[in-house]
Write a protein that binds this ligand. Structure first.
Ligand code: COA
Length: 248
């Protein structure tokens, strides 16, 4: 596994913790590979009934490692972010997220794949794809308007405005707000209760509620093709480099 992603399991709950707090838990290729491996293993493990995602050190995740984006055009085959979001969309067991601090980019869009989301009111969510010269990913172009309605989808995906945990609660992305120090505990409790339910019935109900994943997977692939094109543009490259305060 990887130091950047901690894995533990108890009471039927697999905990996946983004663990790179000095970089706001940004997800690099190593972390994505570890996530994919953990989800793959969980799929066939009957002792695992639910998954909890959280971040170490106070933040959920600042999304894709922006430094990694710069390598994408040279080696697209070694870029596992797409495989991770596809794995999320296809995963059949319940997923729970504990969100505190920053949840940016895929840190926000992955929440639309989770069944239960807990956050503190002041959590900071943002989907800044357009401002980076990129396009939404992880099925967000389909799932955000579906969940939030078109007005908020435009505000958050096109205008790139940030929104709080409290906003996300009001809009139906977050199930319950908690104090930052108790968000994880609440999420684990909810995951444990899910893990104790009849697994086959839960899986079937989940599919009925969320629909056939093929639709979301097709949208993810469409977004990914546009995302790759966008990443190759000088504008996206300049905007990503600007984050690190340098020009290429
Ligand atoms: N990729 C790589 N490094 C990242 C990162 C990312 N997505 N997000 C944060 N970091 C790094 C910073 O470079 C900094 O590293 P340094 O101390 O070596 O300079 C460290 O994490 C702390 O980030 P910083 O920006 O100083 O923290 P902040 O509290 O001022 O701001 C954020 C937090 C999340 C608002 C800000 O870091 C940010 O906007 N990150 C980029 C988010 C993003 O665009 N994600 C991709 C979307 S597609």
């Amino acid at each position: 596994m990887s130091e950047k992603m901690l894995v533990s399991c108890s009471d039927g709950v697999l905990r996946l913790t983004f663990n790179r707090p000095e970089k706001k838990n940004a997800l690099d290729r190593e972390t994505y590979r570890a996530l994919i491996q953990a989800l793959d293993a969980a799929r066939g493990d009957e002792t695992i009934g639910a998954v909890v995602f959280s971040g170490a050190g106070g933040d959920f995740t600042a999304g894709n490692d922006l430094a990694d984006f710069r390598d994408f055009m040279e080696k697209p085959e070694e870029f596992p972010a797409l495989a991770f979001v596809r794995a999320l969309a296809a995963f059949e067991k319940p997923m729970v997220a504990a969100v505190t601090g920053d949840a940016v980019g895929v840190g926000a869009t992955m929440l639309f794949h989770c069944d239960l989301v807990y956050a503190n009111a002041g959590a900071r969510l943002r989907m800044p794809f357009i401002d980076l010269g990129l396009v939404p990913e992880a099925g967000a172009s389909l799932l955000v308007p579906r969940r939030f309605g078109m007005a908020r989808a435009s505000q958050y995906l096109l205008a790139g405005e940030g929104f709080s945990g409290e906003d996300a609660f009001r809009l139906g992305l977050v199930n319950e707000l908690a104090e930052p120090e108790t968000v994880l505990e609440v999420a684990i409790g909810a995951a444990r209760r899910l893990a104790q339910k009849p697994a086959a019935a839960l899986r079937a109900a989940r599919r009925l509620i969320r629909g056939d994943p093929a639709e979301v997977l097709a949208r993810i692939d469409l977004e990914a093709a546009l995302f790759a094109q966008a990443l190759a543009t000088p504008e996206a490259r300049a905007r990503i480099s600007a984050f690190f305060g340098r020009r290429e």
